[in-house]
Design a binder for this molecule. Structure first.
Ligand code: FE2
Length: 178
């Protein structure tokens, strides 16, 4: 079966709409970090980069009088739950393997514990990689959500990461079978 690529995912209008909402640049930067962490930790690079790219697609816009209201957000946000569900639906629609879609959705669900009453999660290696990649690309006051990246550059970066995933995936599979 042909791998569902990040580029292909990004072509879908649902991905376009919701990845942009929390910042396309942040999503791509997080996917690149997840790739590096995954390679280091022996985690599946395909799953890690997809989960990282889609990790914030559950965001809602918490604006009051044209300004982002952090209190409204902190009290009501469930972006990890919403994102896990949205990503899962999108991936299944695009023909992703069901087991992979579930693992990606779980990594998105657990990438933050900010929505839990008392957050203490035990993460498996894939989930850890995605959470770390997100943390690495966070900036004070949520500024990482506002970096601009042009559409052309975004598409090129995703193609570049797709090539790396493709190469490493082959190596990872070789290692497993030897
Ligand atoms: Fe994030």
């Amino acid at each position: 079966m042909q791998r569902l690529t990040l580029s292909k995912i990004y072509e879908h209008p649902i991905a376009k709409k919701y990845v942009a909402r929390a910042g396309l640049d942040h999503a791509i930067a997080t996917a690149f970090s997840a790739y590096d962490f995954a390679l280091r930790e022996g985690v599946d690079v395909d799953l890690a980069t997809k989960a990282a790219f889609l990790h914030d697609i559950g965001h809602y816009t918490w604006y009051r009088n044209g300004e982002w209201d952090f209190n409204l957000y902190a009290e009501n946000d469930i972006h990890a739950i919403k994102g896990a569900e949205r990503a899962h639906k999108l991936l299944i629609r695009l023909g992703e393997d069901r087991k992979s879609a579930k693992e990606i959705a779980l990594a998105i669900l657990l990438h933050t514990d900010s929505y839990l009453p008392q957050g203490h999660l035990h993460l498996d290696p894939l989930q850890q990689v995605v959470a770390l990649a997100d943390q690495e690309n966070e900036e004070p006051d949520g500024m990482h959500h506002y970096h601009h990246i042009s559409e052309e550059r975004a598409v090129l970066r995703l193609q570049q990461l797709d090539r790396r995933v493709e190469e490493s995936k082959t190596l990872q599979l070789d290692k497993k079978s030897s």
